[in-house]
Design a protein around this ligand. Sequence first.
Ligand code: GDP
Length: 455
Amino acid sequence: MDREHTIVAPATPTGEGGVGIVRLSGEAAEGLLKKIFRPTADIGSLESHRLYHGFVQESEGSVVDEVMAVLMRKPRSYTREDVAEIHCHGGPVVMRRILDLLVEGGARIARPGEFTLRAFLNGRIDLAQAEAVVELIRARSEAASHVALGQMEGRLSRAIHGFRERTADFLAEVEAHIDFPEEDIQPAGFDRLEKGARHLQDEMDRLLATFESGRVLREGLAVLILGRPNVGKSSLMNVLLGEARAIVTDIPGTTRDTLEESLVLHGLPLRLVDTAGVRSTTDPVEAEGVRRARDKVASADLVLLVVDGSRQVGDEDRLALQACRDAQVLLVVNKGDLPQVPLPEAFLDLPRVTVSVRSGEGIAKLEETVAGRFGGDGGTEGRETTLLSDRRHREALLRASQCLGVFRAGLTGNSSPEFLALDLHETLDALGEITGETAPDEILERIFTRFCIGK
Ligand code: GDP
């Protein structure tokens, strides 16, 4: 990984904007800045972390733009290298010209994520923190940004470092027995090690158990709206979204395909999916819709099973109920504004909310019930507790916990210290993958290419 070159990239999105920022990082950042930037006041040398007004000029003296520029000397910068930023007018031509001047001066255009990669390689942040930067940029809800922010501030990293230190202590103890084999491990020492490892494994498992809520806060809860045609699914979706997205009609079966929309409910991000009505049909387009609905049930966190409370429950409703047999279901009895007919036994067992999409009655209750069930309360959870929200982290931590389990079994089964040490090394490696100490290059590559350019 090349760290010699000074890299440059636009730090703001391309297109027109009030301000565009060109960012430089590396040994030559200061020299390059001085080469093209002429401050308004005669100031001698540039002070670090100070914004200067001036002009970007071509070598022969013609002005490219009026700008503000700042130099951030290492190590107090995003990358821990010298970083310079030029705040120019945010037009593509001006930005392009400034970039060209810097490249002509010897800088190289940065690859996506390369600034953050340098921050990682220079030890300012670890891998989990670097990943959180992407998540923060991509966050589409407050809850998701809280999870990312907690991780970026190092909450998860501290937990993982703690796990690593304790594992390293066990390893030191075990290795002492490899070095001095004549001193048999005393049963008391074994007990202590086993107890320590058990505590550690319990803590790892507790962190693993936060994955579901972490994932939901980050990715959003997948909520499926299911029911036979004409019960009011599209209308419900519209009300929840607060705007008319889905097409509402009186002809059964008009919502042919699935529609997906995102919204935030009491701080909880949701991905709301409206399916084609479940019905037994010979229409091939509908049949496909039904099949897809069944598939979607399997991947939903929650199914809102909608029935029309003013009509007798029919075969199609029962079909819908069947489709969500293994799912978490909330029964939504719609059209509460009309005279109601009683529900059959099979439906009465489900948790239920009665609403009228038309009058708005019961909608707030429905929203509370959904959010309450998944702990949505402004998304403060991600801010205050350490949450695991990334699949990569989960896999690595799971492996660490399993290796520690093997180590414990080895202790009770009188394995040789060499084997015990091996299990602990594997535990350390798995933990190190999360924070980056032992992450192979291809993992780094995969992670940093997810960044946008200029970050
Ligand atoms: P879908 O096929 O399940 O998506 O149902 P739609 O949302 O298209 O609604 C079908 C019909 O039921 C439309 O004419 C809606 O106006 C009507 N509808 C929806 N919700 C209510 C309600 O709460 N009360 C009454 N009276 N009619 C409703």
